[in-house]
Design a protein around this ligand. Structure first.
Ligand code: ADP
Ligand code: MG
Length: 573
């Protein structure tokens, strides 16, 4: 039986003025009050250590959430998101606030900070910096935080009676619609859908909220690409369907091409009501691809892109500690396919030019034998026809892709039109590069060696997120800054916990291929992946896609892989 909250208050007041270590006695404690139960999961060792971790459970009858809002997983995710934001607001945020709650940004992700169960029980996980005066416990202040401020915020934020009903309902409906739309894309033969009226531009490169003001041009579908879908809450919605196959986005500089592609990249996630991209949705297995020179590559078959290298190194089994722009992008493409991508999103701004295009003049000057690279455009058709992988390519600088494009979308002053016919006519009249389509054979499987993924060090977990763009794994830092779809630090933390699962639970066992291990991971994490990932780590996590887990594994500087069936390398003992 948990003690009641009055006992905690008395305890904390008694600790007032004692040494900071006195807080340790709170660990694993549980205290109940009329609205729920508080548990202290972890206690910081000193005032400057990472904050202590708390968990609050509110039973279904106290939360009082209406049944219809609990009826599906996307609904519960949207409800949870609205509740956690309201609770964080009630707790007060800001730099020096004692509490911190992982509310996330514009995406609605399954995150450990909040969980709404099918029966309506709510779990909140948060951090608190336990207060000190120097190294002495400020017990009365701590009592105020834990036994007055926190319960007040819970009463305000996590109960239907005090909730902003419209906002919670909107959260549920927006998520449900986005998930339903994403689920329809395959049947509709679409890679993505962008609703009319969507607001794609953001306030700035560091502010993901929607751009506002009279200069914003809401999205409008070109008539020829307009599709109408039916969503559970919004009903009939019209927008642009991006068809399967090869889609090229053209237009002058500063006309909104990258903004559209960015929205497609993020369309694998749901967005909060009011974001502008609520109905801008992309297939779950769409992966952003870019050049990333300097990254590591572990035995990837890039031979379809890269022929004989001047060094004589085999490109069918290519490794590098310092890949070039083109080889890094070739590797990223092959790795994405290995992990099951069915759409690739590529922006000229971040692609390796020599992997994307090679014009007639350059072909004349540099003979084919001297150029090891096969441009992506020669492979794009086969990628779709033979491998079932679509491409959306932003190309403002070269028309080489016109020959292979199924759809060409032009952006002019942020307004889309379809110019496929014109592009094909130009391709017929004006010769492009010489040479042509090449086949994209199946991607060979690789078997990662779990011993090369140091998720534990000296018997302890050794995986620590470093913001959204890096992850510390054992002695090394994995640079994830170029993994565009890791859009939230908690996703990166989730990737770290997923790597632990892969190794600690034996999903990578030295004989499972990477794809098999990722499938086993999805199975192991089940229907509530954020809850599963939170089980062994007190910090905040959000559930990542397996594509981002693979991206981290592939960038790990220690990773060793072999071909299936090949002998495991002997390790010196
Ligand atoms: P491109 O890739 O074609 O060069 P960008 O997508 O980078 O262009 O967009 C250029 C600028 O225009 C960015 O600052 C972006 O925020 C803004 N922008 C993009 N789309 C819109 C829009 N629909 N309405 C208003 N501004 C937009
Ligand atoms: Mg651009």
């Amino acid at each position: 039986m948990p003690a009641d909250l009055d006992a905690l208050r008395a305890d904390l007041e008694r600790l007032d003025g004692r040494g900071y270590g006195g807080y340790k006695r709170l660990r694993d404690g549980r205290w109940a009050w009329e609205h729920g139960e508080l548990a202290v999961v972890r206690v910081q060792a000193d005032p400057f250590a990472p904050p202590s971790r708390l968990q609050v459970r509110v039973p279904p009858e106290v939360a009082g959430l209406p049944d219809d809002l609990l009826a599906s997983r996307p609904r519960r995710r949207g409800v949870a998101d609205a509740l956690v934001r309201a609770t964080a607001a009630a707790l007060g945020t800001g730099r020096d606030a004692p509490f911190s709650v992982d509310t996330g940004g514009q995406q609605v992700l399954a995150r450990s900070a909040i969980h709404v169960a099918p029966d309506g029980a709510v779990t909140l996980r948060l951090a608190v910096a336990l207060p000190a005066d120097g190294r002495r416990i400020r017990g009365r202040h701590a009592a105020d935080l834990l036994t007055r401020q926190l319960p007040a915020a819970v009463a305000q934020g996590l109960r239907w009676t005090t909730a902003d009903h419209e906002r919670v309902r909107a959260g549920a409906e927006v998520c449900e619609d986005a998930a339903a739309l994403r689920g329809q894309l395959g049947d509709l033969g679409l890679v993505a859908f962008v609703a009319d009226g969507a607001v794609l531009p953001r306030r700035s490169g560091v502010d993901d909220r929607p751009l506002t003001g009279s200069g914003v041009v809401p999205f409008a579908a070109p008539t020829s690409l307009a599709r109408t879908v039916t969503l559970p809450n919004a009903g009939a919605v019209t927008g642009m369907g991006v068809p399967e196959g090869v889609t090229v986005v053209v237009g002058g500089g500063y006309h909104g091409k990258s903004t559209l592609l960015r929205a497609l990249e993020r369309g694998v996630y749901d967005h909060v009501p009011g974001d502008g991209r609520e109905r801008c949705v992309t297939r779950p297995d769409a992966v952003a691809i870019r050049a990333e020179d300097g990254r590591r590559v572990a035995r990837v078959d890039v031979s379809r892109f890269v022929g004989a290298l001047p060094t004589g190194a085999s490109t069918a089994d290519f490794s590098s500690e310092d890949a070039s722009g083109s080889t890094s992008q070739a590797a990223a493409t092959v790795e994405a396919l290995e992990a099951g991508a069915d759409a690739l999103l590529i922006d000229e701004d971040t692609a390796a030019t020599n992997l994307m295009v090679r014009d007639v003049r350059m072909q004349r000057l540099v003979a084919a034998e001297a150029e090891p690279l096969t441009p992506f455009t020669d492979l794009a058709r086969s990628l779709h026809r033979d491998r079932g992988v679509s491409t959306v390519l932003v190309a403002g600088g070269s028309g080489d892709a016109f020959d292979v494009a199924d759809t060409v979308i032009r952006l002019h002053a942020f307004t889309a039109s379809e110019v496929t016919g014109d592009a094909h006519a130009i391709a017929a009249a004006v010769p492009g590069r010489e040479g042509g389509a090449r086949a994209f054979p199946p991607v060979p499987a690789r078997v990662p060696d779990p011993a090369s993924v140091p998720v534990r060090h000296k018997g302890k977990p050794a995986v620590t997120p470093r913001g959204a763009g890096a992850l510390r794994v054992g002695p090394a830092t994995v640079d994830l800054a170029a993994v565009n779809q890791l859009v939230d630090p908690s996703l990166t933390a989730g990737v770290g916990q997923a790597l632990r699962r892969l190794v600690e639970d034996g999903l990578l066992d030295g004989s499972a291929t990477l794809a098999e291990a990722l499938a086993a991971l999805a199975q192991a994490l089940g229907e509530e992946p954020a809850e599963a990932l939170a089980a062994r780590w007190a910090g905040d996590v959000a559930a990542p896609r397996h594509h981002e887990v693979a991206a981290a594994l592939n960038r790990l500087r220690t990773l060793e892989v072999r071909a299936p069936g090949a002998q495991r390398a002997e390790r010196p003992s």
